[in-house]
Design a protein around this ligand. Structure first.
Ligand SMILES: [Zn+2]
Ligand SMILES: [Zn+2]
Length: 147
């Protein structure tokens, strides 16, 4: 899905669920999608301030909360940063391959993997609600470059 398709998908979801994609929420979503990789809240605030000098941290955090709650973006816990979602059609767990060299983040989307983790947790009597899988290493491009 390209950025336009993702936005159209999200607009449709908001309409059908009665969610309000306010101009600020929409703009923050666009900024996350436009970012070349994971983006931090204060970088988003800087971007927003350039357009709206009155923008304050709560503006950003409220918008990010809305986007996270509705699974329109993901949060990378280890980096404390946000990435857009490649599959906003349906809710899913975040699974990411993070390159330590170029910081590229690739979202993988493996239901079997998520189910396996939930199942493993279950065997320990644990009810898994939310999981974020962040795998660090070297991406294909960086691997080829160092050959
Ligand atoms: Zn996703
Ligand atoms: Zn890389």
């Amino acid at each position: 899905m390209n950025a336009n398709q993702v936005m159209t998908e999200i607009e449709g979801k908001c309409r059908s669920r009665g969610l309000r994609l306010t101009p600020t929420r929409r703009r923050v979503l666009e900024l996350v999608m436009a970012a070349d990789g994971p983006v931090k809240a204060y970088d988003l605030l800087d971007d927003l301030k350039r357009e709206r000098p009155g923008a304050a941290p709560p503006t950003i955090y409220r918008a990010l909360d809305f986007l996270l709650e509705n699974h329109f973006i993901h949060r990378l816990e280890s980096l404390n940063a946000f990435v857009s979602c490649i599959h906003p059609q349906h809710q899913h767990q975040g699974q990411f391959l993070i390159c330590e060299q170029c910081q590229t983040v690739l979202e993988i989307h493996d239901h079997d993997l998520a189910d396996a983790l939930t199942e493993t947790a279950h065997r320990h009597g644990f009810i898994a609600k939310h999981q974020v899988l962040e795998i660090y290493g070297c991406c294909q491009a960086c691997g080829e470059a160092s050959d």
